[in-house]
Design a protein around this ligand. Structure first.
Ligand SMILES: Cc1cc2nc3c(=O)[nH]c(=O)nc-3n(C[C@H](O)[C@H](O)[C@H](O)COP(=O)(O)O)c2cc1C
Length: 308
């Protein structure tokens, strides 16, 4: 019931591990797959090892809602190749998230990941607290990088969208025009929290990205808006914490989902969520998760209020 074909990737479940959470070592990826995920997305990998920001780099600000500025700390692609190979030897469906400072660097990292066995590449052009965000806020730059990478890569290419823009739809359309095989909506929302006692921003970097429960309705709205215009699949991401959250993303038009922050509760949440979705599909006489995709769009929302 949960199997999907995502731009040619055949997955046993539409639930994918989001980038930045547990996707750094083969052993953590395996735990996520064993719990029932259809694929894992790796931490964003760049050309060289990078330390990331000092602590505090992640804080819980409301129950289930976090803010982080980890600063794209990662081992660098040359060190990470061994991890990709090990994951592939154990047939883990693997989306490798990549970033760089120029289109050529993105390409170099992506090609190394593809050669090592990545099933798909996701480009992070959207991290709110790192320099890569500048691509994802510009439709021209987004079109160019996607087109450039698509000419050279053979595996599917997904584009992770930045929600910190005036019009996410036009950026997504630029990615689609460039040849993207799908978009991931959304990355974290730019945010800032100040400690009233020390009178300074709490995170070492100052601002950070908001994730978890509070952003779920925002992500749903983005997916809903994107579904109206895009032809390529949308991978919904943001604040998923329950099976109802996943169902909502599908009703809004997602073809798959990614979960990040909620893993602070443990990998069992995937098992719970998978059972919940399966039960929902059975209770409502649906044969497949695909059957509920975009159903919320059948409801005609009220455009102009009636006069009394
Ligand atoms: C600690 C942390 C690290 C993250 N690192 C990355 C990253 O390296 N690359 C990326 O594209 N997104 C990264 N993200 C964003 C998540 O993949 C996801 O888009 C966002 O957190 C919203 O989903 P969630 O509410 O389920 O966590 C990170 C998020 C968190 C909380």
């Amino acid at each position: 019931m949960l199997e999907i074909n995502l731009s040619g990737l055949k997955l046993k479940s539409p639930i994918i591990l989001a980038s930045g959470i547990l996707g750094v070592s083969y052993s953590s990826m395996k735990r996520v797959i064993d719990a029932g995920a259809g694929a894992v997305t790796t931490k964003s990998i760049g050309p060289r090892p990078r330390k990331g920001y000092k602590n505090p780099s992640i804080i819980e600000i409301y129950s289930g809602t976090f803010m982080n500025a980890v600063g794209l700390g990662n081992p660098g692609i040359d060190n990470f190749v061994a991890e990709i190979k090990e994951a592939k030897e154990h047939t883990i469906p693997l989306i490798v998230s990549v970033f760089g400072d120029t289109n050529d660097v993105y390409l170099d990292v992506a090609v190394k990941a593809e050669k090592a066995g990545a099933d798909a590449i996701e480009i992070n052009i959207s991290c709110p607290h790192a320099e890569v965000s500048s691509i994802g806020i510009d439709k021209g730059l987004t079109f160019e990088i996607v087109k450039f990478l698509k000419e050279k890569l053979t595996v599917p290419l997904f584009v992770k969208l930045n929600p910190n823009v005036t019009n996410i739809v036009e950026i997504a359309l630029a990615a689609e025009k460039g040849g993207a095989d799908g978009v991931v909506a959304i990355n974290t929302l730019s945010a800032l929290k100040i400690d009233v006692n020390t009178k300074r921003p709490i995170l070492s970097h100052g601002s950070g990205g908001l994730s978890g429960k509070a952003i779920q309705p925002i992500a749903i709205k983005k997916v809903y808006d994107l579904y109206k215009v895009l032809k390529i699949p949308i991978i919904g991401c943001g604040g998923i914490d329950s099976w109802q959250d996943v169902v909502e993303f599908f009703l809004a038009g997602a073809s798959a989902v990614q979960i990040g922050t909620a893993f602070y509760k443990g990998t069992e949440i995937i098992t719970e969520i998978s059972h919940g979705i399966t039960q929902y599909l059975k209770d409502n006489d649906f044969k497949s998760i695909n059957d509920i995709k975009g159903l919320a769009h059948k409801f005609k929302t009220q455009e102009v209020p009636d006069f009394d």
